[in-house]
Design a binder for this molecule. Structure first.
Ligand SMILES: NC(=O)c1ccc[n+]([C@@H]2O[C@H](COP(=O)([O-])OP(=O)(O)OC[C@H]3O[C@@H](n4cnc5c(N)ncnc54)[C@H](O)[C@@H]3O)[C@@H](O)[C@H]2O)c1
Length: 333
């Protein structure tokens, strides 16, 4: 038996993109990942490393029963809706699912005395912070309901830490990307909004072209710069966070990014190099609230969690994502 010694970790949203990669990493570290998911955007076929409990995080009795029956020692919490545009159009859906759902999860955890949580937060808590290398101390000022739900949950977790001794790591990911090299799991959504999968969908003929929102930013090539972090590196950081919690650490908020940014055009050039095909695209106007540059300062995660993003070079990200897309969405052309 390895480090996890077969202990159960509940993974809400474990049938989704990042959650499924974390289930694999947990299993490889010797834990039993118990996936708890309502399959609203997740996929039952992504649940390969432990049991699937089909349920909603708002269902406190079912959560409580699951935590008890599997003797869960810690929770990784990914279950959320995460389409920014939809959150602006229908905020009730987001506050209900993400915020009320998380409070229900915390209630169930407290009722069984399981007080260890790793929470999926986001770089979106910084809002339109238009600066390179954002540290955690930077003011959080989300500019849409999705980011607001994540920031409110972080605030609640900070209060739960002080009042109830509830330990939690809030991991603020920047742009999760890439896929597991096994080809078994990857990014797959009915409504895809992320740059790399959309570019690949355009290459495969699933959408006519990729939209580039703005090429007149104050960046070297005029397109927006973001920090892309490989999902396998995110998964390792989550397992480390679980280990720290089980060692008795109380947690805190941490950026997970590489500290380096790439522009939309640089991403498209790398995709063209890896696939041998140029991505069909069209330049559109800027989207409201999109900053020119959003790049993490990951120093705190490096020091405290030993976070080393060894898979997050652009070549590995694009190669693994392309291998997954060819398998999951064969070309239409
Ligand atoms: N993908 C990114 O770049 C990124 C960046 C920052 C933060 N995040 C956060 O990471 C987490 C995972 O993101 P993802 O990209 O894997 O998304 P995803 O949509 O692939 O996964 C979310 C999972 O949660 C489940 N779920 C949603 N609501 C639920 C509910 N009420 N009860 C039970 N299950 C529910 C879905 O069915 C799905 O399996 C989310 O919390 C997201 O906000 C993602």
């Amino acid at each position: 038996m390895e480090s996890g010694e077969g202990q159960s970790v509940l993974v809400t949203g474990g049938a989704g993109y990042i959650g499924s990669h974390c289930c694999k990493a947990l299993s490889e570290a010797g834990y039993r990942p118990v996936c708890y998911d309502n399959l609203s955007t997740g996929h039952a076929e992504f649940v390969k490393w432990g049991p699937l409990v089909r349920g909603d995080i708002q269902d406190v009795p079912k959560l409580t029963e699951t935590l008890k029956s599997y003797k869960v020692v810690a929770v990784m919490h990914f279950a959320a809706l995460s389409l920014v545009g939809e959150s602006v159009a229908d905020p009730q859906k987001y506050y209900q699912n993400n915020l009320v759902g998380t409070l229900a999860l915390l209630q169930a955890m407290r009722s069984v005395g399981c007080l260890n949580l790793v929470f999926s937060s986001t770089g979106a808590v910084y809002g339109a912070a238009d600066r390179k290398s954002i540290p955690e101390e930077f003011t959080c000022s989300p500019i849409n309901p999705y980011g607001a739900t994540k920031w409110m949950i972080e605030r609640a977790l900070s209060d739960y830490r002080s009042a109830y001794g509830f330990a939690s790591f809030c991991l603020r990911y920047f742009n999760a990307s890439g896929a597991d090299p096994s080809g078994l799991i990857g990014e797959m959504r009915d409504q895809e909004t992320h740059l790399i999968p959309r570019a690949m969908m355009a290459l495969q003929g699933h959408i006519p072209q990729l939209e580039i929102y703005g090429d007149d930013y104050a960046t070297p090539d005029g397109t927006a710069i973001r920090d892309y972090v490989h999902v396998v590196d995110l998964a390792s950081a989550h397992v480390r966070a679980i280990e720290k919690l089980l060692e008795g650490q109380v947690g805190g908020s941490f950026n997970l990014g590489t500290g380096s940014g790439f522009s939309v055009k640089e991403i498209l050039s790398t995709i063209a190099l890896v696939t041998g095909k140029p991505v069909p695209h069209a330049i559109k106007g800027r989207r409201v609230g999109d900053p020119a540059v959003l790049v993490a300062d990951p120093s705190k995660a490096k020091t405290t969690l030993g976070f080393e993003p060894t898979n997050s070079d652009l070549d590995t990200i694009i190669k693994t994502a392309w291998a997954w897309h060819q398998r999951a969405h064969p070309a239409k052309l």
